[in-house]
Design a protein around this ligand. Structure first.
Ligand code: NAD
Length: 558
């Protein structure tokens, strides 16, 4: 198949789809893999808005524009194993001489010198065609749809249940805003954890997308109906999810007026981006689209004022007893700038629930089957269940995921694994490819939201014990370790999750193609990557990290 035929079949804008099966289009699996994952990120089953090349998280893109995308595809089809492709904010800019165990693609997205690192400067560069927003896994080509955040969300809700509700979320009402790419995982995670869920989104299409993927149970259009359904389900202890088309601020106000206090309250609107992510209170979606273009400053101002009100209402509900936490969208900061001086009076999810896992090198390990065959993922599920009989939580998760998660795009799986476990799983997967038990290679990656890959003081590194929240040497060391270790593609981004100026983070994907070369790369990368989380948390003074470091004999020589 020549280049134009390839584009016609797999990338005729905006109908993108990764090739399936075990026939190569590129020169080797090392370049076929990023090619398929790039196209998979843009598949309409996966991406929130393929027309704009937007994958998730507000404006998180996979490539800068249509022309840049075609150029990347062309380069990946031609690249050999002694060269690597350079991507600068979603555009191919050069090829460098490397070697077969080096990453085939080196990606840098949305990075700005700190004093210029704000949305205003970024927007100007974007308008001039010089940059794109890469979010975390959008510009680094390892987004796998809402499942990518599903287990993390499930673990967070379960941890909340353990800490505050005697390990039982039955008869508990969980309320959240934002049913987009990531936020859309909340309804399924909540019902998997046993809670009743009310999710609010201003855009009906976003809730319909979750209905289609089986992540949410029903859509309603009036507050009254939503509240009645939620209260009945909560009373009966039914784990069902309801999606209400409305503004989240108005809904929280209505709940307060009616004296309905959610047991758990959080939010995943795209608050990190007050211009393109959050829709201000009191205007329709259509009005929002036109105001965004006509008067961006006014839009931003309205947006931040609405967020101040939104957080003010969350604080009131917290006072009445709702367990309230920030879910990684920088809502508190935007609300503070919008006038809510007490915005930080509730904690973020990392210090509240997740940090102990990070101290063990645990994080959102994920993999995708390049064959496109769901049976390949079921084979990996089974192999993990057999290889980790002692890990009951993981087995429980994999069984639930198989029952409840429908795949979007290439079949994929997420499963939080820690130090030692990731390397073991990766080698196991490489053996499955080698022995032909799966039909084509697998790619193994993760979110940038991981134990040692991100500096984000309002999120992953909030309230670090030693005050090192804003130190971004760590994600840079993570990037360098994974590059030196031989990941198949690596990335370094700015602004993911929480927006410009608030985070820096690194990503990696390593290929399991059944070769000895892949086994060596996997052994190094899947050691280095979780090790960074342990080094980072040990250095910050966390005992669990020090214990894990000692357990694995990873300390420096004395
Ligand atoms: P998205 O842009 O796909 O979805 C955001 C949704 O919020 C949209 O559906 C939009 O209609 C809705 N919305 C905006 N304003 C609203 C309002 N006033 N009332 C009701 N709904 C409103 O984004 P996403 O991928 O779902 O990510 C959501 C946020 O979470 C982002 O800020 C992202 O950076 C962050 N995030 C968090 C994590 C995490 O681990 N907690 C991970 C990834 C992303």
């Amino acid at each position: 198949m020549n280049f134009s035929e390839f584009i016609e079949v797999y990338a005729s804008h905006p109908n993108y789809r990764a090739p399936r099966g075990n026939q190569l289009h590129a020169k080797s699996w090392q370049t076929e893999a990023p090619l398929r994952m790039l196209l998979n990120n843009l598949d309409s089953e996966v991406a929130e808005n393929p027309e704009e090349l937007v994958v998730y998280g507000g404006t998180g893109q996979a490539a800068r524009n249509k022309e840049a995308l075609q150029q990347i595809i062309k380069e990946l089809l031609l690249l050999d194993e002694n060269h690597s492709l350079l991507i600068q904010s979603g555009k191919a800019v050069g090829i460098v001489r490397t070697h077969p165990e080096a990453p085939r693609v080196l990606i840098a997205n949305s990075n700005l010198v700190p004093a210029w690192a704000n949305w205003e400067h970024f927007e100007k560069l974007k308008q001039d065609g010089l940059m794109m927003y890469g979010q975390m896994t959008a510009g680094s080509w390892i987004y796998i749809g809402s499942q990518g955040i599903l287990q993390g969300t499930y673990e967070t809700f379960m941890a909340c249940g353990k800490k505050y509700f005697n390990n039982d979320l039955k008869h508990k009402l969980l309320v959240s805003g934002g049913m987009g790419g990531m936020g859309g995982a909340q309804p399924l995670a909540a019902t998997m954890a046993g809670a009743t869920f009310l999710g609010v989104d201003i855009d009906p299409e976003r809730i319909r997308k979750r209905l289609h993927s089986g992540y949410i149970d029903q859509i309603v259009f009036t507050y009254r109906e939503a509240a009645d359904l939620a209260l009945q389900a909560q009373e009966k202890g039914e784990a069902i999810s309801i999606g209400l088309v409305a503004d989240i601020g108005d809904t929280l106000q209505n709940l307060l007026n009616d004296g309905i206090v959610p047991d758990i309250l959080t939010d995943q609107t795209s608050a990190h981006d007050p211009l393109h992510g959050y829709v201000p209170n009191g205007i329709s979606l259509e009005e929002a689209f036109s105001l965004r273009k006509a008067d961006p400053n006014k839009y931003r101002e309205l947006s931040m004022k609405s967020m101040a009100r939104h957080v003010g209402l969350m604080l009131e509900l917290q006072k009445l007893g709702s367990i309230t936490f920030d879910y990684g969208n920088n809502l508190r900061e935007m609300a503070k700038q919008g006038g809510e001086t007490n915005a930080y009076d509730y904690d973020g999810f990392t210090p509240k629930f997740i940090r102990p896992l990070f101290c063990e090198g645990k994080g959102p390990f994920r993999w995708a089957a390049l064959s496109g065959d769901p049976n390949d993922i079921y084979a990996t599920d089974q192999a993990l269940i057999e290889a980790f009989p002692e890990n009951k939580e993981m087995i429980n998760w994999l069984k639930k995921a198989r029952e409840r998660v429908s795949f979007q795009g290439l079949p994929a799986r997420i499963c939080w694994l820690g130090m030692g476990e990731r390397e073991k799983a990766g080698l196991l997967f490489n053996d499955l490819v080698k022995s032909g038990k799966v039909k084509a290679p697998l790619v193994i990656g993760r979110d940038h939201l991981d134990c040692g890959s991100v500096a984000s003081p309002n999120r992953e590194t909030e309230k670090m014990k030693d005050g090192s929240d804003a130190v971004s040497d760590w994600p840079l060391l993570n990037l360098m370790s994974n590059t030196a270790g031989g990941a198949t593609w690596v990335s370094f981004h700015h602004g993911g999750g929480v927006g410009m100026g608030y985070s820096q983070h690194a990503g990696m994907v390593v290929l399991a193609d059944g070769t000895d070369r892949a086994a060596e790369c996997i052994r190094r990368v899947l050691y280095n990557d979780p090790a960074m989380g342990i080094f980072r948390h040990h250095d910050a003074g966390y005992e669990i990290a020090t214990d894990t470091l000692n357990h694995f004999g990873m300390g420096l020589s004395i």
